[in-house]
Design a protein around this ligand. Sequence first.
Ligand code: SF4
Length: 197
Amino acid sequence: MEVKDITRTYIYSDKELDRVEGEAIEALKAHCQQPIPDPDAWLDKELRRNILLTTVDATLNWARRSSLWPVICFPACCAFELIATEASRFDISRFGMEILRASPRQGDLMITAGTLTWKMAPQVRRIYDQMAEPKWVIAMGACAISGGIFASSYSVVPGYNRIIPVDVYVPGCPPRPEALLYGIRMLQNKIAKRTFL
Ligand code: SF4
């Protein structure tokens, strides 16, 4: 918008001055009927579109629960249902658990699928100790929870929780893949509630 600068106009009379002033005011009025938009308005729009406010807890928990890597540890028959859960029909990779890790240092989840004997217990404890922190354990099946039908045997550990801390228990003999997936979802909900304070 251009407004006539009357200070640069040589005026000979009061009448002429009034006329030139009036023209300048009318021109200004004609160009100033709408409010001038806020030049920074686009900034708010960009912020609304691109910035997501959250907490460190929520972000870390989201990342961790979405990328649980199970370590291989299944000493007995519940393993077959775990293998079925891994395969394409039930597809455990939907939950970010694409590959079973052969090395405990690359895993943060132990799914204890099967009976544990006292002879095997030190090895399971060693695998758990070598897993990356933070780490979680799902006790899968009656034997993993309490020793199952072998609970009174001299050679069977009456539950993995005698050897390592257990986060989620999935009952059954053996539990079906749907039950294991439900247990995994429970664990993910548990991880989502962690806090780092
Ligand atoms: S709970 Fe049943 S299926 Fe699982 S390891 Fe024990 S006996 Fe085998």
